[in-house]
Design a protein around this ligand. Structure first.
Ligand SMILES: [Zn+2]
Length: 270
């Protein structure tokens, strides 16, 4: 057979192979990542008197995360892309409007005890544990902060979303060391890249729990987690009591229109 008859077949085979590789890359996963930058507008985040505004840090990391994920081919949606207040119910509605999507909430922690430090990653539905495991694995691996573990807790944005949802607390802004890190662009970029690595690696989480962080380059261990679902209920009651007046005004809407700050940006164990 003349070679000029073979070439088109070779090109066709190569094209099919390229398409196969392309279709199995994250770019063609057709997954939407809904990124939720915590707080915003009048909701500064953190605790009263906090020097570093949490809402600024979360937005910056979220925007960097968007850039990293888009470069990997993901479709990205932001619940907020500037300094505005977005009610929790709206954030959840945005997330739930996408099929084949995952939801990543970016927060920083705060507490009155300056020594408290470290990274925490929260999830609620069991389907979200692999994503939480992968994000926590990479963020803890890339940050110089302590590992405070993966935690299961009923935060509104995690309970009400129908898609895998994770809330990552990227360190304590009230801790002098972690606060200083957070204020550097290179560190926020690093956080974004590690969260993105977790998004990309969520399907490589192994099925068995591991107490060590030992993993091959291709697998991520499913993380053990602390169940704080009961803590959430008591914290919520406490919060409702201390905000009795505003709760009375807002009636039942306080839960979905309020800030995650009272729950997510405090450190109940510190
Ligand atoms: Zn927060």
């Amino acid at each position: 057979m003349p070679t000029n008859f073979c070439r088109p077949r070779w090109f066709a085979t190569s094209l099919l192979a390229a398409l196969f590789i392309c279709c199995n890359s994250p770019a063609a996963e057709n997954v939407t990542v809904v990124i939720d930058a915590g707080h915003g507008g009048h909701d500064r985040g953190g605790i009263p008197g906090q020097r570093i505004a949490e809402k600024v840090m979360t937005l910056d990391v979220a925007q960097r995360l968007k850039n990293v994920l888009e470069a990997s081919g993901y479709h990205v949606v932001m619940t907020r892309d500037n300094d505005v207040f977005v009610p929790l119910g709206t954030r959840v509605a945005i997330a739930n409007s996408y099929r084949n999507a995952i939801f990543v909430c970016v927060h920083f922690n705060a507490t009155n005890r300056m020594g408290a430090s470290g990274i925490e990653t929260y999830f609620y539905s069991r389907d979200s544990l692999p994503l939480a495991s992968a994000i926590h694995h990479f963020v803890v691996g890339g940050a110089p902060s302590a590992n405070r573990g993966v935690r299961r807790r009923g935060y509104y944005v995690l309970r009400k979303t129908n898609i895998p949802a994770v809330l990552v607390e990227c360190g304590f802004l009230t801790n002098p060391t972690e606060g200083a890190y957070a204020q550097t662009a290179s560190y926020r970029q690093k956080l974004a890249e590690e969260i993105a690595a977790g998004v990309r690696g969520r399907n490589s989480v192994t099925g068995t729990l591991s107490t060590t962080r030992v993993a091959t380059s291709e697998t991520v261990p499913l993380q053990p987690y602390i169940d704080q679902t009961k803590v959430s209920a008591s914290e919520h009651r406490k919060s409702k009591r201390s905000h009795k007046k505003s709760a009375r005004k807002k009636k039942s809407s306080s839960k979905s229109t309020g800030s995650e700050a009272r729950y997510a940006s405090t450190d109940p164990e510190a």
